[in-house]
Design a protein around this ligand. Structure first.
Ligand SMILES: Cc1ncc(COP(=O)(O)O)c(C=O)c1O
Length: 371
């Protein structure tokens, strides 16, 4: 057997082990099933407002922003983003993943410490791993544990949280976390991926809603979720922006987004104020009220569009997702180790294009599968 065949055999074995544990990831099509899975909370991914060609008929950036890929459209979008979120400046990355990896890999140095919520997104974990800083976790949303970690850390410290957690849909106690960061001289970074467009009077996120702009070092806003497009921005001071332009490797060493994406991001900010958040929250309330009648089921404690039912077993969670797919619902199971063992779940995302009767039908099907 040659080296390539041997290597592929090893991969096959690893994949078989994954499969046997019920952890095999496969790519599926949504088809015409009812979407209870995507992060497209307002259906903007198919908004006609985004359909236009770039003024200069350019489809590509031609290089990284530092070489040949910078353009007016990017800087105009960044100006709008910074103003919308009440900060000095913004820097757009190709995705939320790239933004977090770039940011967290280059802000803390050797001898300094990241303290992050245990449920923090993989992109932040990967970014922190690329830095030479120490890493500590605190228990999810647990202020006492955060304070304990802050107290035991010497040197400069950075605290990383999500304003709305991507798998649990719950919110970080941002006001209290900001106060602790103040007390212990820690720098706070908030990933607002699932709050962008959704929370705040104009969809400006929870940091602005709670008027914590001056309390944070940086916020990350992403455009692949409620905005329905692509890209992300790190928002903070001018100095931080200059630092990222010089040191965030996912920014420096990657071809920039194409011009039309910046135009779409600018358009997203014109759409945010009028999004029907009231209806979205009405649907969330309907889901939660109806779910509360299903006494034997454990639902996530969330008031965001990310809802879910804890199943507590990878195979059962997958079987339920498959059953619902056969009934016409597009919903994905979230398995361990993505979530802790015993917290395997069905992640249910609500959107303004869902109806109350679709929610009722979905919950009835879940009930009949589990009873
Ligand atoms: C909290 C959080 N941060 C960052 C990301 C990454 O964003 P993107 O999908 O734009 O790469 C995600 C997406 O899963 C997320 O949920």
């Amino acid at each position: 057997m040659n080296a390539k065949d041997k290597f592929q055999n090893d991969l096959k074995q690893k994949l078989r082990e994954r499969y046997e544990k019920g952890l095999m990831r496969t790519l599926v099509h949504r088809g015409d099933k009812i979407d209870f899975s995507s992060n497209d909370y307002f259906g903007l991914s198919s908004s006609p407002a985004y359909l236009f060609l770039d003024k200069n008929n350019r489809s590509g950036a031609t290089g990284s922003r530092s070489i040949s890929g910078n353009m007016n459209e990017a800087e105009e979008a960044e100006y709008i983003i910074a103003e919308y979120h009440n900060q000095e400046s913004a820097l757009i990355f190709n995705s939320g993943y790239a933004a977090n990896v770039g940011l967290f890999s280059c802000i803390a140095s050797k001898g300094e410490t990241y303290i992050s919520d245990e449920y923090i997104h993989a992109s932040i974990i990967d970014g922190m791993r690329l830095s030479h800083a120490n890493r500590l976790k605190f228990k999810h949303n647990d202020l006492l544990d955060l304070e304990h970690k802050l107290r035991q850390t010497i040197g400069r410290k950075f605290v990383a949280v999500e304003s709305i957690y991507s798998m649990d849909g719950d919110a970080a106690p941002l006001i209290e976390i900001a106060a602790l960061c103040n007390e212990y001289d820690a720098l706070l970074i908030v990933d607002e991926a699932h709050a962008t467009g959704v929370f705040g009077e104009r969809g400006e996120g929870l940091v602005c809603q709670f008027e914590l702009e001056s309390e944070v070092l940086a916020c990350v806003y992403t455009y692949g979720k409620a905005a329905g497009i692509h890209g992300a921005a790190v928002v903070g001071s001018n100095i931080l922006r200059d630092h990222l332009i010089n040191n965030a490797r996912s920014f420096v060493f990657s071809t920039a987004l194409p011009p039309h994406t910046y135009e779409q991001i600018k358009t997203a900010y014109t759409l945010f104020p009028a999004l029907d958040r009231e209806f979205l929250f009405d649907l969330i309330l309907h889901f939660r009220n109806t779910a509360s009648n299903l006494k034997s089921l454990v639902f996530l404690d969330s008031f965001s569009p990310i809802q879910g039912i804890i199943i507590g077993d990878n195979f059962k969670a997958k079987a339920l997702a498959n059953y619902l797919s056969d009934k016409g619902f597009f919903i994905r199971a979230i398995l361990s180790p993505t979530v802790p063992v015993g917290r395997e779940r069905l992640r249910i995302c609500l959107h303004t294009f869902n109806t109350k009767s679709q929610i009722d039908d979905l919950l009835n099907e879940i009930k009949s599968f589990l009873s």
